[in-house]
Design a protein around this ligand. Structure first.
Ligand code: COA
Length: 333
């Protein structure tokens, strides 16, 4: 890589509607205690009627643009990571692009909860190769409109929330500025695709979905929770180490660790395993649940706003999710 890349702006948006564990108790056989103990989640945000993924993404992007002191027409490309597309096609990125006008290219990237890290790799490559100067990356999810709120869906439904987070990736040509996306490492294991998935609608199915499928809830996410948990706690430390090693960075040198927000217990386990001190790990799952591709950029935006992230610091980001997919990035802020 010849051209260094810098994250020059971050942004986030979560809907105003707060849904607590107690609220979910009204809808299904669950309890605040079960959800807190197993996942760490206290509340999450859901969109209000009529609020679209592109609305969330736009708000996050406008914040990131403002932070980077850029206008939308200075961006060369939008990469939008999501597993909850606004329509079957085109991708959510096109509904977002419409808000900015012009003919700015855009595309969706589907790598589920690792989608932001996959997108960061793409943005870094586009900028480092000289293809583009500035790429806007946004992770955006609206889960709440596609969850099973009966007791049957409780194992998955209680975990997810809606939100969006965005960053601007720019070429860094200032020799005195060490900011850089130093390394991104990605992995996938498609043989486990069905361990956490939404089966239908799908183009491999006659009519894409049948009444029988609707009746058995094939259009809701299904997850083998314990299986996913085991793989997450194995793969996350592996890829985090691999990425830091590739960048010749030691765990002790990292100022801030941001993990995907699937389960507080997963994150605490990974941090303990790697002997990462609690004060260097930031979580927000308590307030937002699992926002899939949006979780890591939301964490970044919050950390920056709260002054936790300082220029020159090393920040490590790691995620695991459906696919299975997993990855890690280390950035000199
Ligand atoms: N409320 C109350 N009880 C629930 C519940 C809920 N929301 N969801 C499941 N249960 C019940 C189960 O039915 C089961 O009951 P049983 O023992 O009578 O059969 C019991 O709680 C234990 O369920 P189990 O699935 O064994 O719980 P767990 O300790 O594995 O925790 C998860 C469940 C989902 C929190 C955990 O497996 C997990 O976090 N997995 C990984 C999630 C992840 O990483 N996902 C996505 C990556 S993007």
């Amino acid at each position: 890589m010849t051209i260094r890349t810098k994250i020059t702006g971050t942004g986030m948006y979560v809907p105003d509607r707060v849904v607590t564990n107690k609220d979910l108790e009204e809808l299904m056989d669950t309890s605040d205690e079960w959800i807190r103990q197993r996942s760490g989640i206290v509340e999450r945000r859901y969109v209000s009627e009529g609020q679209l993924p592109a609305d969330l993404a736009e708000a996050a992007c406008r914040q990131a643009l403002e932070a980077a002191e850029l206008d939308a027409d200075q961006i060369d490309c939008i990469v939008l990571a999501t597993l909850s597309s606004q329509a079957d096609f085109p991708g959510t990125s096109f509904f977002l692009q419409e808000r900015f006008g012009g003919t700015l290219p855009c595309f969706d990237l589907r790598a589920q909860c690792t989608g932001f890290l996959y997108s960061l790799m793409v943005a870094r490559s586009l900028v480092a190769s000289g293809q583009y100067q500035r790429v806007m990356v946004v992770g955006c999810e609206v889960h709440s409109t596609g969850l099973d709120f009966s007791t049957e869906g409780r194992d998955v439904t209680v975990l997810f929330g809606d939100g969006a987070g965005a960053v601007i990736v720019e070429a860094n040509t200032d020799e005195d500025d060490r900011s850089d996306i130093l390394e991104v490492r990605l992995h996938a294991e498609g043989k486990y695709a069905k361990k956490l998935w939404v089966e239908a609608p799908g183009t491999g199915l006659p009519g894409r979905i049948t009444q029988e499928m609707m009746d058995r809830g094939a259009h809701f996410p299904s997850m083998q929770g314990k299986f996913v948990f085991k793989h997450a706690v194995t793969r996350m430390p592996q890829v985090l180490r691999e990425t830091l090693d590739a960048a010749s960075v030691k765990i002790d040198d990292v100022a801030l660790f941001l993990f995907h927000q699937a389960n507080l217990r997963i994150n605490e386990y990974v941090a303990n395993h790697l002997e990462i001190p609690a004060e260097k790990l930031r979580n927000n799952i308590q307030r937002y649940g699992n926002c899939s591709a949006a979780s890591i950029p939301i964490l970044l935006a919050e950390a920056e706003r709260e002054g936790i992230l300082k220029r020159g610091d090393l920040v490590s980001m790691t995620g695991f999710g459906s696919g299975f997919s997993w990855g890690s990035a280390v950035v000199r802020w």
